[in-house]
Design a protein around this ligand. Structure first.
Ligand code: 48F
Length: 261
């Protein structure tokens, strides 16, 4: 018979608490906070962590992938176009070539391997945490971190104060709503952030424009993925995901340069 090691309940609790708090004490002073574990956030996390930056991803839900899992109308394939295929190849994600420069990918594999790549590179992904505000400083005006709260606390409508996490760079990878940049725009008018909102679909132009417009929105605050289309007033593109991973890579490269890392 298989001999299973016996571990009592108190030990289980103690180990979980000790090592969770050990992680949080480290996370509280991060180099980069990424908000959202969708395709752009996880790609950014992969490249930032690979460059040696202490990178944490806060994800509201208890899962990875953001909009990947739902695919297009729940169909489990997504489209990738070049040169994003190079990033997927680096992560050992299988690509099915359907025409020159165009590929079909399984959404479950895409989500799982993006997450595994980011984690293996050294990024921490913390689930069930919602970012509901930023921290800022004046002279010079700059975003220097985020406020975090349990998603469950927010869903319960409980009045509970958040905890604060400092970061040299905060990336809004929250998707269509650009939640972090929206809250910064509303609560720190001195940042002069105007959000025109996303336009209707025009996939052929939207992909390149999204990648091109990826980057800093205010000192310390960056946009990646669909948050870029929202903040820059660009068209949406639907279930083609090349721009999402290219945007994640680009924001990582910009931050690495800005932090002179
Ligand atoms: O929406 P999402 O997948 O963002 P993305 O990386 O990719 C967009 C595509 O999925 C798709 C598309 C592609 O052509 O149009 O929509 O731009 O992932 C965003 C993640 O952020 C989480 C949310 O649960 C999702 O997993 N999120 C959103 N707001 C918060 C958050 C928040 N305030 N705090 C923590 N997580």
């Amino acid at each position: 018979s298989i001999k299973v090691k016996q571990v009592d309940e108190v030990k289980i609790s103690k180990y979980i608490l000790k090592y969770t708090f050990q992680d949080w004490e480290d996370i509280v002073e991060s180099d980069v906070v990424i908000v959202g574990a969708g395709p752009s956030g996880m790609t950014a996390a992969y490249y930032l962590a690979k460059a040696g930056l202490k990178t944490v991803v806060f994800e509201r839900r208890l899962s990875f992938g953001g909009g990947i899992g739902g695919g297009a109308m729940l169909f489990h394939k997504i489209v990738i176009e070049s040169p994003a295929d190079e990033i997927l190849k680096e992560m050992k994600i299988k690509l099915n070539k359907v025409e020159e420069g165009v590929y079909i990918v399984d959404s479950a594999e895409f989500m799982a391997k993006l997450a595994a790549s980011a984690i293996d590179a050294g990024a921490k992904i913390i689930h069930g945490v919602t970012v509901d505000d930023v921290i800022f400083r004046e002279n010079p005006l700059k975003v220097v971190g985020v406020a975090v709260e349990w998603t469950a606390t927010q869903m319960a409508g409980l009045h509970v104060d958040p905890l604060f996490i400092s970061a040299k760079a905060v990336v809004d990878a929250t998707g269509h709503d650009a939640e972090v940049i929206s809250v910064a725009a509303r609560k720190i008018p001195e940042l002069n952030i105007v959000i025109p909102g996303e336009k209707s679909a025009y996939s052929e132009t939207a992909e390149e424009l999204t990648v091109e417009n990826t980057g800093m929105v205010a000192p310390g605050l960056y946009a990646a993925g669909m948050a870029v289309t929202e903040v820059k007033g660009l068209p949406r593109m639907g279930p083609i995901f090349g721009a999402m991973v290219l945007s994640g890579k680009r924001v990582a490269e910009i931050i690495i340069k800005d932090l002179r890392y």
